[in-house]
Ligand binder design. Structure first.
Ligand SMILES: [Zn+2]
Length: 383
């Protein structure tokens, strides 16, 4: 009788453990998808050109997911071995800390049930992350720093000097990362938390995600408002400290106000363009143009913000942005691992190089968009 009870409890614990360990990858497998129903050939000439590029991507949400970043995975879009295969030298790692249930591009409530709470519990993150957006951001930074301590190939860049050292010492397979927030709600209404994010290594501050926050209106929120007083103070202090401001997901009013307020250029880390994809996810061309006119960067994504997610479709949006904003202002902003469906992961980036050349961009233009613009911008604007 007693033996049966122990046996029963053990079975229950083992089954429970298996479920807890499997749920996160089960979720991710359905959330960060690569459609592999077509292949796109890359010529040997393009592959050789691609292998000599310095590729840099302004946005991936990989630290949200528990899988081992140092091991090549078969789910999701990004890990260190796949960055190495794709020839990526710099990847911005963005921290998602809150996502509304029924997330959509048009209208989300800031009080909608938050999906990241459930995900942080399901992934057995430390309890301090379960009810604090700041702790979720700090924890994702800790995860990246831990990976960097475990691998000599992985760097976390926090300064222009650090980036310059990295590029000087660069060997094939070395990958730099830069920490960014996807929305500044981890400030939790307290400007002093900017310092905590800074000390954790964050250098790019995305102001918004899918909902209005204390800084102002989201592109997909309810108010459409510009910056709040707190938002103005946060942007001013962040710029003073040396943060790069990311306007992806911010309302048009916030974009205009930040561009008027800040003496420094801003980026829009991941977006599409209305000229090739008329989606409420995308800012109007005139705003993208203004970001470029102030010396900023526009990172074009690979998911449904470009409507056609084939390499040729992504290339069409990039080519449009080049014509709109000037080649020196266009960059990659994959949104890999951001609950997105794409047609190639980061290991397969040569298919994008091929598509860009096929679209009629010159090798010099492709070199800039694939990474040189991003590296030059960061060299100039990191502290
Ligand atoms: Zn995003």
């Amino acid at each position: 009788m007693k033996k049966g009870l122990i046996h029963g409890s053990l079975t229950l614990i083992v089954v429970g453990l298996i479920i807890v360990l499997m749920i996160p990858s089960w979720i991710e497998d359905r959330t960060n998808v690569v459609l592999r129903d077509e292949t796109w050939p890359v010529s040997s000439r393009t592959q050789a050109f691609h292998d000599n590029l310095r590729i840099a991507d302004l946005h991936a949400d990989t630290m949200l997911w528990n899988r081992d970043f140092l091991t090549r995975g078969n789910i999701g879009h990004v890990d260190l071995p796949r960055l190495q295969s794709g020839g990526v030298v710099l990847q911005v790692m963005s921290a998602v800390t809150k996502s509304p249930a029924d997330q959509n591009y048009v209208r989300n409530s800031s009080t909608a049930r938050d999906m990241i709470t459930a995900l942080s519990i399901a992934q057995l993150w430390p309890p301090r992350t379960w009810d604090s957006l700041l702790e979720r951001a700090l924890y994702q930074a800790e995860r990246l720093h831990t990976y960097a301590r475990r691998s000599e190939d992985l760097w976390v860049i926090t300064s222009a000097q650090g980036l310059s050292d990295f590029l000087t010492l660069h060997q094939p397979g070395h990958v730099a990362t830069l920490l960014a927030t996807e929305g500044a709600h981890p400030l939790e209404g307290d400007l002093d938390n900017l310092r905590k994010l800074w000390d954790a290594g964050y250098r790019m501050l995305g102001l918004h995600h899918f909902f209005d926050n204390r800084l102002g209106g989201s592109l997909h929120g309810e108010s459409g408002e510009g910056l709040s007083e707190f938002g103005r103070q946060a942007v001013e202090r962040a710029v003073q400290m040396g943060f790069i401001i990311d306007l992806a997901h911010s309302s048009p009013a916030v974009v205009d106000e930040v561009l008027a307020l800040s003496p420094k250029p801003a980026v829009i880390s991941h977006t599409g363009v209305q000229g090739t994809c008329d989606s409420p996810r995308n800012l109007q061309d005139k705003q993208l143009k203004r970001i470029a006119e102030k010396g900023g960067l526009i990172g074009i994504g690979y998911w449904d913000a470009v409507c056609d997610i084939t390499p040729a479709g992504v290339a069409r949006s990039i080519h449009y942005a080049v014509n709109l904003a000037g080649v020196e202002h266009v960059a990659l902003g994959s949104d890999y691992d951001g609950a997105t469906t794409v047609s190639f992961d980061t290991a397969d980036l040569a298919v994008l190089t091929q598509a860009l050349l096929d679209s009629g961009l010159s090798e010099a233009q492709v070199r800039r968009v694939m990474g040189e613009n991003q590296l030059a911008f960061l060299q100039q604007h990191l502290p």
